[in-house]
Design a binder for this molecule. Structure first.
Ligand code: SF4
Ligand code: SF4
Ligand code: SF4
Length: 241
């Protein structure tokens, strides 16, 4: 039996043995690339849709046929071929930035689902190889086309396919990679949500301050209008005398 399939099935079964929910078991089998090719906003939302019977098990190109077969076995479903409308399975890759061309626009930093970039505005950006899931999401946003995807020896070595590597060791390594990407994705989402809340709070306090100023201006204008009316009335009185 295919070793990769056994590793993936082992990840799902371990999650089951640990008492994880059905979503947790499915998520354990998914690659954690967070690429959205399945048409969901990440692996966990796709796992939730599968668990709810709202998505087929064959929508994840990075997981490939072994991933589909492992999901089918875990869930007692019929295995399906990969739905190629979602893309094709490629070897694991990482993003590499051409430092000479990068203009430090930070667009890639904003879209990376696992915060794998380092850099800031106008400073050349680099990718932390170990954190890059190979999701490709940074490629289309780069205005100068200076990001390349290269096959990742380091990841393949971490999830080693060496002949003498035991299945158990491969499973442990694979799980470590996925747990890292999952937790970085969760942290990324929390950070985005926190930033949004902070922006909303700031906007709200600015609106309150603006309303208070307008109310104050209105009250001052009313006082001025009343004073002008008094002066005008007194002028009319004086002219009548
Ligand atoms: S790796 Fe990509 S396609 Fe597969 S479940 Fe995760 S987000 Fe979806
Ligand atoms: S660096 Fe690019 S390819 Fe790598 S995880 Fe981030 S967005 Fe995806
Ligand atoms: S999007 Fe491209 S140019 Fe902009 S910071 Fe990222 S790598 Fe550099």
């Amino acid at each position: 039996m295919n070793e990769n399939f056994l590793v993936l099935l082992g990840l799902g079964n371990t999650a089951k043995a640990e008492g994880k929910s059905l979503v947790g078991q499915i998520d354990a089998v998914l690659p954690q690339t967070q690429c959205t090719q399945c048409d969901f906003d990440g692996c966990k939302p796709y796992a939730e849709a599968i668990a709810a019977g709202e998505a087929e098990i064959n929508q994840c190109p990075p997981g490939g046929q072994d991933g589909i077969n492992a999901l089918a076995e875990l869930l007692g479903h019929k295995a399906l071929p990969l739905n190629e409308a979602h893309g094709e399975t490629k070897p694991r890759r990482i993003a590499v930035v051409d430092e000479k061309v990068c203009i430090g626009c930070t667009l890639c930093i904003k879209v990376c689902p696992v915060d794998a970039f380092v850099g800031s505005s106008k400073i050349m950006t680099q990718v932390i190889a170990e954190e890059c899931t190979g999701c490709d999401l940074c490629l289309p946003v780069c205005p100068v086309d200076c990001i390349d995807m290269v096959e990742s020896k380091s990841i393949e070595e971490r999830a080693s396919t060496k002949q003498n590597e035991s299945l158990n060791n491969r499973q442990v390594q694979e799980r470590a990679i996925r747990d890292n990407w999952r937790s970085r994705f969760e942290f990324h989402q929390l950070r985005i949500e926190r930033n949004k809340q902070e922006r909303d709070e700031l906007l709200k306090s600015k609106m309150i301050a603006l309303k208070e100023k307008m109310a104050k201006d209105k009250s001052q204008k009313e006082k001025i209008d009343a004073a002008i009316s008094l002066v005008n009335a007194s002028k009319v009185d004086n002219e009548a005398k």
